[in-house]
Design a binder for this molecule. Sequence first.
Ligand SMILES: C[S@@+](CC[C@H](N)C(=O)[O-])C[C@H]1O[C@@H](n2cnc3c(N)ncnc32)[C@H](O)[C@@H]1O
Length: 313
Amino acid sequence: MKTFLLPHLICPACLPAEIPLKIDRSREDRGDIVSGKLSCEKCRRIFPIREGIAFLLIDPDSYRGGGQSRYDDTEMVNRYLWSHYADLAGVLSTGEANSAWAECLAETATTALDTGCAVGRLTFEMGSRGRWAVGCDLSLNFVRMARLLATERRCTFSLPLEGNLRESFSFELPEHLCSDTVEFVVANAQALPFARETFQQTASVNLLDRVSYPLAHLYEMNRVAHKAGASFLFADPFSWSAVSTPEDKWLGGTATGPYRGRGLDNVRSLLQGKDRIIAPVWNIIRETRISWAMRTHTNHTEIITSEVLVSTR
Ligand SMILES: C[S@@+](CC[C@H](N)C(=O)[O-])C[C@H]1O[C@@H](n2cnc3c(N)ncnc32)[C@H](O)[C@@H]1O
C-alpha cells in the first residue's frame, strides 16, 4: 500500500467516530508498504497489509475471497479486464464507454476515490488528473489484478472464443495513465476507511444496485467528499435484485415506500437535499446515459446502459 494513503486512513469499524489508523510496517519498498498492519487504538482492530494489499474491512477476513462472490471468480476478472481495457487491446467496442466515463470526471482533482473500482480503469484515469487516486473494492481478486496492472503496466488475459476455445488479449497502459499516483485497497463502500472531506473527486459507477444498503453507500460518499470544490460522478443501471440488496433497501424500482418510483429520480432528489440526508447539496451539472459492454464469448456481448449524474458543490 502506497504511503500517500496513510494520513487519510481511519477505522471503518469505529464510524461515525473517525479514529486514525496507526501503521506498523514489516517491509517497505520505495514508498510501498509490502507487509505490515494498521491498527485502531480505540477498538483494537488490526487491518493487515499482505503482498502490498491493505484489507480495510470491519471484519478484515470478510473480503470476497475464495470464489465466495461472483465478482471474485477468475473468469469475472477476465470479463472486467475486457470491459475496462479491450480498447487498449485494439477492440473498438469498449472504447466509447471508457472515454465517456473519463469525460464525466473533473479535469483536475487533487485527490480522487473510485468505489467498486473492479480492475481499475476509471481509477487510473483519476490518477492521471490529480495528485493521487484510490480505488476500493470488496473483491480481493479485482484489487490484486488492479495492483498488478499498476506495477507491470501490461497484461495478457483470455476469454472464451467459442466453447472451450479461448481468445487472448494483450494491452499496455498508455503513458498518460500513471501508476505511481494510484492505489487499490480492499474496502467496503458502505463503511469507507477514509477521513471526512478527503476527496475532491468521488465516483460510484455501477455500484449502487450491488451494495446491501445503498443509502449507507450514498451517505458515505458524501462524508468523504470535500464540502466545496468537489465533483461526484454517479452512475447505475438500477438492476435491482434481492440477491445483492434486500428489497426494503432499494432506492427505486418499487411502487410503495419512501423510495418508490425510479432510482434515478430518487438519487437525484437525495443529492439535492431530500430529507437532509446529504449535505451540503450537490448541483447536478450533467445528466446522460452511458452504455458499456461485458463479453462472455465472441458472439455474446451484453450491453448495459447506466444512467449518469455528474454533480459538483
Ligand atoms: C457492477 S461492478 C462495476 C465495476 C466498475 N465500477 C465498472 O463500472 O466497471 C460492481 C463492483 O462493485 C464491487 N462491490 C460490490 N459491493 C461492494 C461494496 N460493498 N464495497 C465495495 N465494492 C463493492 C464488486 O466487487 C464489483 O467490482
